[in-house]
Design a protein around this ligand. Structure first.
Ligand SMILES: [Ca+2]
Ligand SMILES: [Ca+2]
Ligand SMILES: [Ca+2]
Ligand SMILES: [Ca+2]
Length: 510
């Protein structure tokens, strides 16, 4: 376990020093989570047994228009500071605040159980029972974790590899040319079953840093796109820039083996072009896994680093904080410093936006384990491996059914609730008729009325449950014509027909 891996579980965390021990799960000397676990022993080790129970995460504007999202641990460290100069109360969420004002002990946990601290309509006790945050209104017992897929390095290595030689141009950390090998992020997302509704990704490192990338090219020069290729670039070499030759003022490391034999203004040729890459090898070697240093700075870049190439190729420029800017390529704010958007030790890729009715899976602050285990998780707008499956049958058949006029029809519906079990939903049982006898348009089975009515009407609003054995919704004869029967359930309970998950049978009566 990496240092800082287990910064968890505290209210009023003691952070005048970084009081984290390697093997401890909670802050050293921290006792608030013990009160919680004493009251709710079965919640030990869950996402509630954590800082985030009482402390909010947050985001801040790193530079104009560029926001950094931090988990609760990092948010406390950011807003409260290691020197304790901030006000720790400002980091409390509503549940943490109620805990504080009720005495900050186990009795306080009991006293606030029936409250709805975050005002989302569910009591703290109900949320805790469901392992949902009682201090976060965006999380409640109706939300289900978004679909997710975990990849190991071995799985990534089994995918089609991409190798590219590129400039990593930073604003102030020093520049370097490097050859990275990995999987194009576009390919990874396809493998994960990215949905057509997806618009971008947010990549998280376990120290809480995150970077957003749109799927398609964006006019914002600091937004690096996932799909497609980036422009070709020329190799730019200058002895003044070369840190090996200019040890005082140099700013670019040309020491990588992949630099050998290249000269200034050589076109850099990469088979299949430059891509946004989830890299796991540098110069053919596995990336050095990330660790958090004493100064709270991430060291190392592996096991996975997300590397966006430059959108606007440039030479390496001098560091912005270097004293000597009277050089061949002085720091230029306008140049493309894409290395600043390269997420080191990336462990989480959230595909935006989250599907309706889902919530963040609980790994935002558990990333160090993934660094140790060489894993990355992709979640959000990707295929649900276990979606609700509605099933409608006519006379026991799924496929097109043809019967003679006067023959009886039995329509039944069944449902496997899958990942959405227990979630409130609109249910729809309908038929679209085109019959010579004058039956045209939609008819619906409305549960409360125990029968069919004209128009498209909701059958019932009810939590998704397994419906087995199948339930009969129609029995009788129909005039000659064609009837499309539908059974659908929605990812919401708003009364509007969405048909998120749908099954249909075509019936011909002749
Ligand atoms: Ca609540
Ligand atoms: Ca809540
Ligand atoms: Ca630079
Ligand atoms: Ca709906």
């Amino acid at each position: 376990m990496k240092k800082f891996a287990a910064v968890t579980g505290a209210i009023f965390m003691v952070m005048l020093t970084v009081s984290v021990v390697l093997s401890a799960y909670h802050h050293e000397g921290e006792y608030d989570s013990q009160h919680f676990v004493a009251q709710y022993p079965d919640k030990a080790g869950t996402k509630l047994d954590h800082c985030a129970l009482c402390h909010a995460g947050g985001k801040y504007e790193k530079k104009p228009g560029k926001w950094m999202s931090l988990g609760s641990c990092q948010w406390c460290h950011y807003s409260y500071g290691y020197d304790g100069s901030g006000n720790i109360v400002d980091t409390l969420n509503p549940y943490g605040m109620d805990y504080l004002v009720n005495g900050r002990n186990q009795n306080a946990i009991v006293a606030i159980a029936d409250k709805d601290s975050d005002g989302d309509g569910y009591s703290n006790a109900a949320e805790i029972a469901a392992v949902r945050y009682p201090g976060n209104a965006g999380d409640d017992p109706t939300k289900v974790p978004a679909p997710s897929r975990i990849y190991t390095q071995a799985q990534l290595e089994a995918m089609t590899q991409h190798t590219q030689f590129m400039l990593m141009n930073t604003s102030r950390s020093g520049d370097f040319y490097v050859q990275y090998t990995g999987v194009p992020v576009e390919d990874l997302l396809k493998d994960a079953g990215i949905l057509g509704s997806a618009t971008g990704i947010t990549v998280f490192a376990p120290d809480g840093w995150s970077n957003y990338h749109p799927l398609e090219i964006d006019s914002d020069s600091e937004l690096y796109h996932v799909n497609g290729v980036y422009p070709e670039a020329y190799y730019r070499y200058n002895t003044q820039a070369d840190t090996a030759l200019n040890t005082t003022d140099g700013w670019c490391d040309y020491g990588a083996p992949s630099c050998a034999g290249r000269s200034d203004l050589d076109l850099i040729v990469n088979a299949d072009g430059l891509k946004m890459l989830l890299a796991f090898k540098r110069e053919g070697q596995n990336l050095e896994p990330g660790v958090l240093g004493d100064d709270n700075k991430l060291l190392g870049e592996g096991p996975f680093r997300l590397v966006p190439p430059q959108k606007a190729p440039s030479p390496p420029d001098q560091a912005s904080n270097a004293a000597n800017q009277d050089v061949v390529w002085p720091y230029n704010y306008e140049w493309d410093h894409s290395a600043g958007a390269a997420s080191r030790s990336a462990t989480i890729i959230r595909v935006e936006p989250l599907p309706e009715g889902t919530t963040d899976i609980d790994i935002l602050e558990a990333g160090w384990q993934y660094v140790d285990e060489g894993k990355i998780i992709v979640y959000g707008a990707i295929t649900d491996p276990n979606p609700p499956v509605p099933d409608i049958k006519v006379n026991g058949q799924d496929g097109p059914v043809t019967v003679s006029s006067g023959d009886s029809l039995f329509v039944t519906v069944g449902l496997v609730a899958g990942s959405r079990a227990g979630q409130a939903a609109d249910w729809w049982v309908a038929a679209n008729a085109s019959a010579p006898a004058g039956l045209y348009g939609f008819y619906s089975y409305v549960y409360a009325m125990g029968g069919w009515v004209a128009g498209l009407n909701r059958c019932i609003q009810m939590d998704l449950v397994n419906l087995s054995p199948d339930v009969g919704v129609f029995s009788g004869t129909l005039p000659e014509g064609v009837y499309d029967f539908y059974f659908a359930v929605d990812s919401n309970a708003d009364g509007n027909p969405d048909g998120t998950w749908l099954d249909t049978v075509k019936v011909t009566v002749q």
